[in-house]
Design a protein around this ligand. Structure first.
Ligand code: SAM
Length: 278
């Protein structure tokens, strides 16, 4: 597929000596059919502002630009900057802005000029969850991002979509589903990447709800889920002991059986418990 007039990514990688570094979570997507599929999942419309973390040699970036986006991308590996400058030069000025640096340190609102953006990224596995938790914890809410379309290891993606009683159901499931509509888009075989990772990858989509369906304060929700999932197979009358309130009274006030376990409660139950915390 020819989405632009730029050279094949394999040539770009060879010319700029971009051998993948494991420490930076580098597993590159070289097939522009696949990167275009991710851009389609993100429902990019011409003129959309997109924030990309870790453009690497630019495969996904090229698909986003070809779909008409304006892209602001943060890349930690300085070796990639020249290759990305070539991509920027193929488009009108201002279509691609590359910011060298660590996405964990970036003030997104500042680099995006205060404009809401769609986040699209094939995330480095070592910082992916930390970035996601930061985006899900945004204050104020609704957040600065309009949607998240993210590639994770399948195991992380499963935590995002998991329902009560499923093995992957966890604190991350509650946080994501409390504030967002979460969608599984598609899985990708390790062979789609260079070098291939050990596990299957999954593209997921998160759209922020204007306000959570089940109102409560985020710090209280975090406290109660940390306690409950800290001992997920124990009964809540035991696992909630660290909250500073007698668990039996708390559970009674929330209308939850003291013998229930964390993995059986839905988002509404956790929000009800969180509302009862001081
Ligand atoms: N987007 C490219 C693709 O799909 O082929 C590369 C994806 S690769 C999984 C992750 C990228 O994130 C790499 O380019 C890596 O250098 C970059 N990266 C790793 N840690 C980063 C960080 N803390 N901040 C910004 N970029 C980072």
């Amino acid at each position: 597929m020819n989405i632009d007039d730029l050279p094949p990514l394999r040539d770009v990688i060879a010319r700029h000596g971009l051998a993948a570094k494991k420490t930076l979570g580098q597993n590159f997507l070289l097939d522009l059919n696949i990167t275009a599929r991710i851009a389609r999942a993100a429902e990019i419309a011409p003129g959309d502002l997109v924030y990309e973390v870790g453009p690497g040699p630019g495969g996904l970036t090229r698909a986003l630009l070809a779909a008409g986006a304006r892209v602001v991308a943060v890349e930690r590996d300085e070796r990639c900057l020249e290759a990305l400058a070539e991509v920027a030069a193929a488009y009108e000025p201002g279509r691609l802005t590359v910011i060298p640096g660590d996405a964990l340190e970036i003030d997104e609102m500042a680099v995006l000029g205060g404009q809401p953006a769609k986040v699209v990224a094939n995330l480095p596995y070592n910082v992916g969850t930390a970035l996601l938790i930061r985006w899900l914890s945004a204050d104020p809410w609704p957040p600065w991002w309009r949607s998240l379309t993210l590639m994770f290891q399948r195991e992380v993606a499963e935590r995002l979509t998991a329902l009560p009683r499923e093995d992957a159901y966890s604190r991350l499931s509650i946080l994501a589903q409390w504030r967002c509509r979460v969608r599984h888009h598609f899985d990708l075989n390790p062979k789609a990447f260079v070098p291939p990772p050990k596990v299957t990858s999954t593209v997921v989509g998160l759209t922020p709800l204007p306000a959570p369906e089940h109102e409560c304060r985020l710090p209280a929700l975090e406290r109660v889920t940390a306690q409950a999932f800290g001992q997920r197979r124990k009964m809540l009358r035991q696992s909630l002991k660290g909250l500073g309130i007698p668990p039996e009274a708390l559970l009674d006030a929330a209308g939850i059986a003291p013998t229930a376990r964390a993995e059986e409660l839905g988002v509404a139950d956790f929000a009800r418990l969180a509302r009862l915390l001081p």
